[in-house]
Design a protein around this ligand. Structure first.
Ligand code: ADP
Ligand code: MG
Length: 295
């Protein structure tokens, strides 16, 4: 499946200035996120422990793991929002530790918690994002319109966001993360708390984004069916460590014939997620399991 348009990362480091970062050309070609022994400690607690993995250009890569496994901490480090304790990463061709400003210009981030401003319209929220990302004045309007259209929000552009449904707010937040046409979009649990229809709308829009722009996507999720639907490959996290990386089919085959991603999660991420697993999450997981077994 050839990408329709090469992502912005294609124009990446000519390294003309001979900066401090030495980047292996083969890595630039294939790998748009290259994580090497990335570690984050909160005090003495190791939340992310010597993590290494790569994500190819145009790929959709999922991170799954129980609550507290370290998903958000990884995303926050890769988006420059949390300091790296040790190790590092090349993100969109730039060194995460040495060139955080360059990394920021080439990525979009949709956080786990709500980030759109309810007292503004969708249009105004996008204007703010456009200014934040330093989009030139005359480019702002077309970019805002492009982002609204990409998430099918054009008819709601002038409405206050506090009247939006959860799914519309999520799509607006994704639009905000796309306004500067980033090479990589990071999404932390983009569908958590959405009803199934809204969740599918968000997934459809992400699938379309990927098909039309070849944007590389790193997504975390608790929902195995959406990981299966959306992701080329995924990493299974347990207590800050990657315990497996592969395509959904590869990981399922590793568990045994007929295994689903739920089985992969149970076997590798830990069936007993312990006190960190909320009752709601457990209910969903168990009801899914029952639905699969009984019909
Ligand atoms: N600011 C913080 N201070 C201390 N510990 C934290 C902080 N943020 C997260 N943690 C801990 O780090 C671990 C990983 O958290 P997180 O990355 O949010 O997990 P996930 O997103 O997979 O649920 C958890 O044990 C969490 O309690
Ligand atoms: Mg999280």
């Amino acid at each position: 499946m050839e990408p329709a348009r090469p992502p912005d990362a294609a124009a990446l480091p000519a390294q003309a200035g001979g900066g401090p970062t030495v980047i292996d050309a083969t890595v630039i070609d294939a790998t748009v996120i290259d994580v090497r022994k990335l570690t984050h400690r909160f005090g003495t607690f190791v939340a992310v422990d010597h993590l290494s993995f790569g994500v190819g250009r145009g790929e959709v890569f999922g991170l799954i793991g129980a609550n507290g496994a370290g998903k958000s901490t990884i995303v926050r480090m890769l988006t420059t929002l949390l300091p790296v304790t040790s190790g590092g990463a090349i993100v969109a061709g730039y060194d995460l530790v040495k060139q955080p400003g360059e990394v920021r210009k080439h990525i979009g981030y949709v956080p786990q918690l709500m980030s759109a401003d309810g007292d503004l319209t969708a249009f105004e929220n996008l204007l703010l994002s456009a200014r934040l990302y330093g989009i030139p004045q005359r480019e702002i309007r077309p970019r805002v319109e492009e982002a609204l259209a990409a998430m099918d929000l054009t008819p709601f552009a002038r409405r206050l966001v506090k009247g939006f449904s959860g799914g519309m707010i999520r799509r607006l937040e994704i639009a905000q993360g796309l306004i500067h046409r980033p090479a990589i979009l990071f999404l932390d649990e983009p569908t958590v708390g959405l009803d199934p229809a809204a969740r599918h709308a968000v997934l459809d829009h992400l699938a379309r984004l990927r098909a039309e722009t070849a944007t590389t996507i790193l997504v975390t999720s608790h929902y195995m069916e959406e990981i299966e639907e959306l992701c080329d490959r995924l990493g299974v996290l347990k207590e800050g460590r990657l315990v497996a990386v592969g395509s959904p089919a590869e990981l399922e085959a590793r568990i045994g014939p007929g295994a689903t991603l739920d089985d992969v999660f149970a076997a590798l991420a830990g069936e007993e997620a312990g006190p960190a697993e909320t009752q709601a999450y457990r209910d969903v997981r168990l009801s899914r399991r029952a639905a699969r077994t009984h019909g």
